[in-house]
Design a protein around this ligand. Structure first.
Ligand code: C2E
Ligand code: CA
Ligand code: CA
Length: 579
């Protein structure tokens, strides 16, 4: 790039050198603007001799600079670089200018447009003139995140450093040890109740405790929120001793986890998830390992907290499978409820000895997973809120079916199950009223079933259920006897029908206790002017036994399993029943 022309004067030489350098700078400018299209990094060229600096235009999107070329490199850098870090940069550049260093490799901070520090990694190479004097420094700057490597609250290294450390272990053939990820139980509530400053103090307290307990034997990193990871290297026979669990216990004992507010002391607990890693593991992916440790911690939290759970591949795969199923459910629901079908189970009217009603029960034939029972997929739908659109479809389909059957059997009634998620998180009542209105049908053909649980006793659910009643929609309490079993509550909520759970009916011929419970429930319900249905009548013997207890309705395999609409119409609709 720089060539000396023999025969020229010293002055000419200087001028030509400058010209060439200027041309070089122009070339760098063109290269920078071309190459910057291929990378998210910022490319730069620093003209050492003339103290000029240029950087690719994309830098102006993140950093407060009007121009991307400066005639006073040091002055401008001083404005962009985080003040605390400027001396380090200056020292490094001075080594380059004086010819003592040919390479620039520094992680430090610039200041972003929002005034917050941005960590960058800057690497560059020196271009010399023919005499070996430094002319240019050219290279690239990577934005390595807006966060520092060190967490400001706890002083611990962050996740990025843990990943790098694990990667280094993998590269050096020393990939043996375990991770223990620890979280404070109910940290969100602690934060909300005692304030963020208090929460931060507790994080610092935990970080200190972890460092002290682990000493030289391991390293501690801060993850997001209230979670930290301890990394312990070494070869362990995890089957025999489970040192991760022992360490968790040690930490738990060492934690000063008491909260003293105005002399009132309360305590919090910690949970942990552990995972062992080995040289044989393939691939050795730090991000995956950390994710699995986090998964184990999540398992510890959902299994009651204040405990340590070790990562299990099987449990993880089950979880991933569940996500797959959820995804498939979503697709099928979005695809016009593909694969969903309503089955109908007869409800026998005891006084009329006839099948004058049916309970609609959802079925799903997945093209990917085959047939799945509602017990498996309904909780997944509830978790994701997908039960809301599906629930609307169920109510519409069931009511349309019932209208058809009513033509043949006046007074025929349909029971539709409603999940507490529909009750709490959607306008289920309005949806149903709109349906009834547009179909121009009598409200009395519908019975809504809600399962007895703590959920329906919440004030929101209670309000919604009351409004159902105000709109004269009939309500049944399902699986009665498995939850709170409070008939007073049932009456207050103005339910119309009590469905005694099938677990009491299943053994009724052998269990005196079950028999007496069902008898008591029925008598009490009747005295409160509620009707009663028994579910799960499977045999003639059971039927004979329960008839003496005077139910209003019965359901069960003895009469029929839930069947598709056509089969119901064929075999069950209006059928008389002998007993
Ligand atoms: P559930 O509402 O208590 O429904 C009764 C369940 O007992 C049905 O199971 C039915 O097939 C089964 N069953 C009926 N008679 C007998 C019997 O004699 N013996 C035995 N062992 N079982 C009997 P299914 O259809 O698998 O539904 C399970 C649960 O899933 C339902 O319990 C309900 O909680 C939920 N579910 C089903 N369909 C829907 C729906 O459309 N919407 C909502 N939200 N939940 C539904
Ligand atoms: Ca039911
Ligand atoms: Ca039930």
């Amino acid at each position: 790039m720089i060539c000396k022309k023999d025969g020229s004067s010293a002055k000419d030489g200087e001028r030509m050198k400058e010209e060439f350098m200027w041309n070089d700078m122009q070339m760098y400018r063109r290269m920078i603007s071309l190459f910057s299209k291929c990378t998210d990094d910022y490319l730069f060229a620093f003209d050492i001799k003339n103290n000029r600096y240029m950087i690719s235009d994309n830098a102006a999107e993140t950093f407060p600079m009007e121009k991307t070329e400066f005639s006073d490199a040091f002055g401008t850098l001083k404005e962009i670089v985080f003040p605390e870090d400027y001396p380090v940069l200056e020292e490094d550049l001075n080594r380059i200018i004086s010819g003592n260093s040919k390479e620039h490799n520094l992680e430090y901070r610039w200041v972003g447009k929002d005034g917050k520090p941005v960590w960058i990694s800057c690497r560059g190479q020196v271009v010399d003139d023919e005499d070996g004097n430094p002319l240019f420094l050219i290279g690239r700057i990577s934005d390595i995140g807006r966060k520092s490597k060190i967490d400001g609250i706890t002083g611990l290294y962050r996740e990025r450093s843990l990943k790098k450390y694990l990667q280094d272990l993998a590269d050096s053939g020393k990939y043996e040890g375990f991770l223990l990820q620890i979280g404070i139980d109910n940290f969100k509530e602690i934060n909300e109740k005692y304030g963020k400053t208090f929460g931060n103090d507790e994080l610092l307290n935990m970080a200190e405790c972890l460092k002290k307990t682990i000493g030289e034997a391991g390293k501690v990193f801060r993850m997001g929120g209230d979670e930290m990871i301890v990394l312990v290297e070494g070869t362990f026979d995890a089957e025999k001793e489970d040192p991760a669990k022992q360490l968790y216990k040690k930490i738990r004992e060492a934690m000063d986890n008491h909260i003293n507010v105005n002399g009132h002391v309360s305590f919090y607990t910690i949970s942990a998830g552990s995972i062992y890693f080995h040289e044989e593991d393939e691939p050795k992916d730090a991000a995956v390992l950390i994710e699995h440790a986090g998964f184990a911690l999540h398992q510890a939290k959902i299994s009651g907290k204040n405990t340590c759970v070790r990562y299990s591949k099987e449990v993880y795969e089950e979880y991933v499978h569940m996500l797959d199923v959820q995804e498939e459910l979503r697709k099928d629901i979005e695809n016009n409820f593909r694969g969903f079908e309503l089955y109908y189970q007869p409800v026998v009217n005891i006084s009329k000895k006839r099948i004058l009603g049916a309970e609609a029960l959802i079925r799903w034939h997945s093209s990917k997973f085959g047939f799945m029972s509602p017990g498996q997929f309904i909780p997944l739908l509830e978790e994701t809120g997908l039960i809301i659109p599906l629930g609307r479809w169920i109510a519409k389909t069931a009511l349309e079916q019932c209208v058809k059957w009513q033509k043949a059997v006046p007074g025929f009634r349909i029971n539709v199950n409603l999940s507490f998620v529909q009750i709490k998180k959607s306008n289920a009542l309005q949806d149903i009223l709109t349906l009834i209105d547009t179909m121009d049908i009598d409200k009395s053909i519908l019975m809504i079933e809600v399962t007895e649980s703590g959920e329906i006793e919440s004030s929101v659910a209670a309000r919604v259920l009351r409004s159902f009643k105000e709109e004269s929609i009939q309500l049944a309490i399902d699986d009665f006897g498995t939850g709170y079993s409070n008939l007073r509550y049932v009456k207050d909520m103005t339910f119309d029908l009590v469905k005694i759970d099938q677990s009491f009916i299943r053994n009724i011929t052998n269990s005196k206790y079950d028999y007496l419970v069902v008898k008591q429930f029925t008598e009490l319900a009747h005295s409160l002017k509620l009707t009663v249905c028994y579910e799960g009548v499977e045999t003639e013997e059971a039927l004979k036994c329960v008839l003496g207890l005077n139910p209003d309705y019965v359901q069960g395999y003895f009469f029929s399993r839930p069947v598709p609409a056509a089969e119901f119409e064929d075999k069950c609709l209006n059928r008389s029943v002998q007993f």
